[in-house]
Design a protein around this ligand. Sequence first.
Ligand SMILES: Cc1ncc(COP(=O)(O)O)c(C=O)c1O
Length: 445
Amino acid sequence: MADGYTTVGKMWHPSLYIGSIIDKHDDRVAILPPRIKESMPSPEPKPGEAGWLYRVLEPYYSRECVDNVMAAMLEGQISSGASWPRKLAAEVCSLYQVPVALPTSSGASALHVALLACNLGPHDHVLVPTLTMVAVANMVKMVGAKPVYCDCAEGSVNPGVAELKQKATPRTKAVIVCHTYGIACRDIAAISELCKEKGWWLVEDICEAMGTKADTGELVGTFGDFAVTSLYANKPITAGDGGWVHAKDQKHHDRLKSLINHGFDPAYHFLHFETAPNAKMNGLGAAFVCSQVKMLPRLMQHRGQVANWYREGLAGITELRCIEQRQIDAPWVFGVETKDRQTRDKLRDHLAAKGIETRNYFYPLHLEPVNFYGDDVGVYDVVLPRAESLAQVGFYLPTHSFLEQGDVQYICSILRSFYQADSAVSAPRKHGWVDAERSKLLTPS
Ligand SMILES: Cc1ncc(COP(=O)(O)O)c(C=O)c1O
């Protein structure tokens, strides 16, 4: 193929995704270099005929959420300008003890406006973890800056100070810390100090770490200039889709408010002093999630129990390593790491055959195909060995608010039966059990 990028050469805004000029999956993959092809994820395992008995994540909410949506509808309070987004902001400010919080349409849009508020642009570098969700790099690119990918620290899913320093350049202007999988970044306090010393912005992406506590006991999301989160349906509390951005300093309020709302100015309607997206959350979503904020500490306590049950249930399987354990161990998702890639894939198939859904650890962002062609060509050629190795062997198990000890014991027994024939116990649940539990939560009292 001509310069090795695409069938038509280098495109200005290249996308090889569905509907673009290369619409066959195999053709898109065929052009990738061996380094990506050899490490890219295998196709996802399928459940047995009965379907999934345990989904990896489940949305959890109560009757109060439904009642609040009904109240919003009856009062006509359904838009971003309604009272519910303001009530949600007040709940967030109270939980995180911050003066500024603004509900957004998603975690990605929250990150977008936080990065815009940092005034980042072309030529600026932003240090980001490579083992995280693609929205992190996408939003850096959306503001015109360049993501610089950092490896994980030894024994961690997050980069530490050393990994950030190693990738810093004279053009570094900001750092995004992600607390991946709800594992608090163990160096967060030191990273915050480093950012102050260097004059870098610190944005904490707590999309996977809402309610997570650092080793010091403080909530993550209170160390950075800005924190952003996601309220997508797989998160411990949810609006279906949504998120928020919060800031430690009151001075950011007006700018963030403008940035989430087309650059509207409170003094002059239809006179715009900056270009900005519409990143606001609608009133129905805010009404739905508002009462969940106060549930978060209880939900995180339960996450801690789930982690504990998994650690107990998997103890003694020498070939399986459990995800990094911090002082306050309550991950959003509970991960395990096998000895090699083949075992990981076979073990996931084994669990899927029993209706247990799992998800691979992230594929490192620097290896994503978008970094092979177009303006980011060459980025994939960097080697970040710890993240690359974790991506080959790691995956996470069902972790959600409906799970009880018997469920985790069952899942652990299926894992054990992969390594030691004969140890599986019988399933404590029938298909559809989560929907039945959810309808109990939604029954009017
Ligand atoms: C670390 C991280 N950042 C950003 C996002 C984007 O959030 P959303 O899907 O709400 O846009 C996610 C999504 O889960 C995430 O995991």
